[in-house]
Design a protein around this ligand. Structure first.
Ligand code: AMP
Length: 417
């Protein structure tokens, strides 16, 4: 049975928590963005304040074995600062029995990077490039077999399990999903997971209408699953960014050198029909900012996005489109934003994306529930100083996208079932 972190009795218990301490580090192993660590503080404090001991497990980077660069020991000093207490470290997540046994209530022990072991992800490593299918199959079976022991060892350390790593909730890894079954009556979400699930459900399951989704980014192929799933939840859908040109070309427009997925044009037309059938108003801009080069000092002008000249490409949303979208957004009670509406990494083409961030803050002030997710959109609201002015900023890019597509995430399922 699933427990609730707010009411669970941690007194005298050892809690093992899967957190997401996969933070960026510079060459001196200094943390350059500690957002993920800070976000986990409420969950960690809860266990400690309620009289429990805390064992933390996470991955860091994509090591293919034990790698000094990816050791979680680098994050210990900062974790000590965040928690205001000393933190112990076990340099092998599979050999921490003695340290776990010695752990006192109120103390914290961090296990070394789980991905030093292939068993965490359950994928074989070191296979020769010319390995036969038979060899691949055997290697996979072997790692699955040893994965069971790996997970059992982690589970043996604790009395209860907390999953607070939303960023990896879409992965059926040892620490994110498989471990949960060893705690049938003592498993729960941490506060990050709770918050993420609540925020996304507020958009797709129990929204206040009108609901508007702004979906941007470069490729329709990577967003089509979300777009179509969202048709069941939204009243309006604004499509922006590079995706637009596949639609416009499919409609017979001239798109110059704009980004386009020719093999997705059929799908784009079908998507438009589906929107109509579901009563969703689709906003594909009619004007865009075009540029004669992919650089900050390119010449730019405003153009109909059905008539982009050769040698020019669409790079940002035009003021006329933003004005239409503004009206839609100001009349919405629930707004979801994923993906930039222009090449926002180039400052000259970031105006549209920054304007969306501003409009979301304004809509929030007017009482709308606003959810922002996906690396680029989160970066835009943060850079603009609006992260605290929208209702919720999702920390899990891939996990959020899969959840929005209606996929039951393994990390969520494992706690609930
Ligand atoms: P995605 O990873 O699919 O969410 O797409 C994000 C990327 O889309 C960002 O790197 C943007 O620069 C890019 N993007 C947005 N608008 C355009 C555009 N008009 N042309 C090319 N790339 C774009």
């Amino acid at each position: 049975m699933q427990q609730n972190i707010s009411t669970y009795d941690f007194a005298g218990k050892k809690a093992i928590a899967r957190v997401d301490f996969n933070v960026p580090l510079n060459e001196k192993f200094e943390i350059t963005d500690d957002t993920r660590m800070r976000a986990a503080v409420p969950t960690m404090k809860k266990v400690l304040e309620k009289g429990g001991a805390l064992i933390l497990m996470s991955h860091l980077g994509r090591p293919k074995g034990v790698t000094e660069k990816f050791s979680l020991k680098h994050i210990i000093p900062h974790l000590e600062e965040l928690l205001g207490q000393s933190v112990k470290f076990a340099d092998d997540c599979q050999a921490a029995d003695e340290q776990v046994a010695a752990l006192q209530m109120g103390e914290v022990l961090v296990l070394e990077n789980l991905r030093f072991y292939a068993e965490e992800e359950g994928k074989p490593r070191g296979l020769a490039e010319d390995a036969t299918d038979e060899e691949k199959k055997a290697a996979k079976a072997a790692v699955k077999e040893s994965q069971k022991k790996f997970v059992e060892k982690l589970a043996s350390y604790a009395d209860c399990y907390i999953n607070d790593a939303f960023g990896t909730a879409h992965r059926a890894h040892g620490s994110t999903a498989l471990i949960a079954k060893y705690f049938p009556n003592d498993k729960m979400f941490g506060y990050i997971m709770e918050g993420e699930i609540k925020a996304i459900d507020k958009v797709v399951k129990t929204p206040e209408h009108p609901v508007t989704a702004i979906i941007g980014g470069s490729k329709i192929s990577s967003k089509i699953g979300i777009i179509e799933h969202l048709f069941d939840a939204v009243d309006n859908m604004i499509i922006g960014g590079g995706m637009v040109y596949t639609f416009k070309k499919a409609l017979g427009g001239k798109i110059g050198n704009s980004i386009c997925e020719d093999d997705q044009m059929e799908l784009a037309l079908e998507t438009m029909k589906k929107a109509e059938a579901k009563g969703v108003k689709l906003y594909l801009s009619s004007e865009v900012v075009i540029a004669d080069a992919f650089s900050n000092d390119a010449n730019t002008k405003i153009c109909s996005n059905m008539e982009i000249p050769d040698g020019w490409e669409g790079v940002d949303a035009a003021p006329s489109s933003l004005a239409v979208w503004e009206e839609v957004l100001m009349n919405s009670k629930t707004i979801l934003w994923n993906g930039p509406v222009g090449v926002f990494e180039i400052p000259a083409f970031a105006k549209g994306t920054n304007k969306i961030a501003e409009l979301l803050a304004k809509a929030t002030e007017n009482g709308a529930f606003t959810l922002v997710g996906g690396g680029d959109s989160v970066a835009a609201v943060t850079q603009m100083g609006f992260a605290n002015k929208v209702s919720y900023v999702s920390t899990g890019g891939g996990a959020m996208l899969e959840y929005l597509e209606g996929i039951e995430l393994p990390g969520i399922k494992a706690i609930r079932e």
